[in-house]
Design a protein around this ligand. Structure first.
Ligand code: ADP
Ligand code: ADP
Length: 230
């Protein structure tokens, strides 16, 4: 089953910028899918459609087979199924401590306090950030911030994780830690969608690669096919 599917999605920003042109993108359940393209190609804009932050100008977005319901309740449900990690962790981390940050999502679900606490503990463990509960997020390194942002998404127990340039701005060690973590989460059953311009890492692990340029998908296929003639 395709857990994410866009059908002819076109998006124009209110200022007239045409960011996406008839995008047909699918992510099969349990796979790692990579979206590759230069800055300004439309990667972030496409991802913001996956959890209903943006609504297509024309076309349709389906998550787990259902067209996105843009009413408040629909979006709240959607965001428990699919989590987005933004490119800049500072856009995502705003609580005074790591633990409070990771607790933010589950608290919004009105879960009992004990359930929230156990989710926070488990999520921080999964990303290797146990022991950092009481630290202010802005004291962490770039890679640690990324992992805390990922923990905040994991605490929502999503089936699908979308990560915008998860390795950008990290040193090689930090980048490789993040990629290893993503493969681990994928093996545990989470569908992973990443955008990147780091061609090196992608062919090794992605099931399907899409190349986007100026709002158009210009190539798609297995890493072997997509990179065969570059
Ligand atoms: P990215 O490469 O991840 O899209 P950008 O630096 O392009 O990051 O964008 C940073 C922020 O500025 C985002 O919130 C994006 O929506 C916004 N942005 C980017 N381009 C424009 C633009 N032409 N007009 C207004 N906002 C923009
Ligand atoms: P990428 O993530 O691949 O860097 P984006 O999706 O951020 O690309 O941007 C796609 C296009 O949309 C770019 O031309 C960018 O300047 C424009 N854009 C992004 N955000 C905004 C915005 N908030 N308002 C207007 N234009 C935007």
């Amino acid at each position: 089953m395709n857990v994410v599917e866009t059908v002819d999605v076109t998006y124009q920003y209110p200022d007239g910028t045409k960011a996406l042109n008839e995008i047909n993108f699918t992510a099969p359940e349990g796979k790692i899918i990579a979206l590759l393209g230069p800055n300004g190609a439309g990667k972030s804009t496409l991802f913001l459609h996956f959890n209903g932050i943006l609504k297509p100008t024309t076309g349709c977005v389906k998550i787990e087979g259902n067209p996105v319901n843009y009413e408040r309740k629909g979006l709240k449900k959607l965001r428990q199924r699919i989590g987005i990690v933004f490119q800049n962790p500072d856009d995502q981390l705003f609580a005074p401590t790591v633990a409070e940050d990771v607790a933010f999502g589950p608290l919004n679900l009105d879960l009992p306090k004990e359930e929230v606490e156990s989710r926070v503990e488990e999520a921080l463990k999964r990303v290797g950030m146990e022991g950092f509960e009481n630290k202010p997020p802005h004291h962490l390194s770039g890679g640690q911030k990324k992992r805390v942002a990922i923990a905040g998404i994991l605490a929502m127990q999503p089936k699908i994780m979308v990560l915008d340039e998860p390795t950008s701005g990290l040193d090689p060690r930090g980048a490789s830690q993040i990629m290893k973590l993503l493969y681990k989460l994928n093996r545990e059953g989470i569908t992973i969608i990443i955008s990147t311009h780091d061609v090196d890492l992608v062919p090794l692990y992605a099931y399907q690669v899409y190349i986007i340029s100026e709002g158009n998908i210009i190539k798609e296929g297995s890493p072997q096919n997509v990179f065969a003639d570059v």
